[in-house]
Design a protein around this ligand. Structure first.
Ligand code: ARG
Length: 263
């Protein structure tokens, strides 16, 4: 029952069939049949970079779950596809390499929509609002931009948090992922962690505290390879559908712990 194909996806698939006929380049064989261009036929392959709870993280069975996975599963179901999750370094998502080398069809990784990234791959409509946040050892007294001066500030490589720290005239220490950032803070290797505010709250119980939110007005989007218009339109159609039928609110409430604010 959930395997219905949205009208927009059908229209998009028809459009892709037309563009495939005009010989537009490296679309996969599937595209020539008028189907979605997918790296593995029958499967929606999604690249993501855990740990980034509650968006992508390993559950007790070792499975990658989270809000991004829930949303892409909705896309897969609307298209009648299996969902496969591929763990990827964040910089390959951010640069579009994972899409452009055919590692996956969609990047779903709390990816902030930026002009620089949008030049390298396409973004869906926004699905989550984000700001930067500051996580420190409880009682450190580090609680604003000024108190970060001279401190060792951990960022995740190639993220908007890294850019934000640099824009403050500060020099960050790079880490591959959020897990390594947190570890560095816990072992005293760094004084502070900057990353998206929505992922920092999970660590407050561990002797760490969130002392500041830096409003950046970011928005997350799902990444699709440029030229895969049929898939991009299908993704947007699913986002619209889940906003209308309450699925998005249910996913948000489960993963974030509060209902989304009405916009
Ligand atoms: N929103 C930030 C960015 O796009 C950080 C995203 C990090 N995502 C992740 N799954 N580790 O740069």
């Amino acid at each position: 029952m959930r395997h219905h194909l949205p009208a927009a996806a059908l229209a998009a698939a028809a459009l892709l069939a037309l563009s495939a006929c005009s010989g537009s380049g490296d679309d996969t064989a599937a595209a020539a049949d008028g189907e979605l261009a997918l790296v593995t036929p029958g499967t929606l392959t999604v690249c993501t970079n855990p740990p980034f709870e509650p968006f992508e993280f390993e559950d007790e069975n070792g499975e990658i779950v989270g809000l991004d996975i829930d949303i892409t599963r909705e896309v897969a179901e609307d298209l009648g596809l299996e969902l496969e999750v591929v763990v990827s370094p964040f910089d390959t998502l951010e640069s579009g390499a994972s899409l452009n080398t055919g590692a996956c069809d969609i990047s779903a990784s709390g990816l902030t929509i930026t002009d620089e990234r949008a030049a390298k791959f396409d973004f869906s409509q926004p699905y989550f609002d984000a700001d930067q946040g500051l996580l420190v050892a409880a009682g450190s007294g580090i609680d604003d931009v000024d108190s970060l001066a001279g401190k060792k500030i951990a960022v995740q490589m190639a993220t908007t948090g890294e850019t934000w720290v640099e824009e403050q005239g500060l020099t960050p220490v790079q880490f591959e992922d959020l897990g390594l950032q947190i570890q560095a803070l816990q072992t005293g290797q760094v004084d502070a962690v900057v990353n998206d505010i929505a992922v920092l709250g999970a660590f407050v119980s561990e002797g760490l505290e969130v002392t500041s939110t830096f409003p950046t007005g970011e928005q997350y989007g799902l990444g699709v390879k440029k030229g895969n218009t049929a898939l991009l339109e299908a993704v947007d159609a699913t986002l619209e559908r889940i906003h209308e039928d309450g699925t998005y609110d249910a996913i948000y409430t489960e993963r974030i712990g509060t209902a989304p604010l009405a916009d």
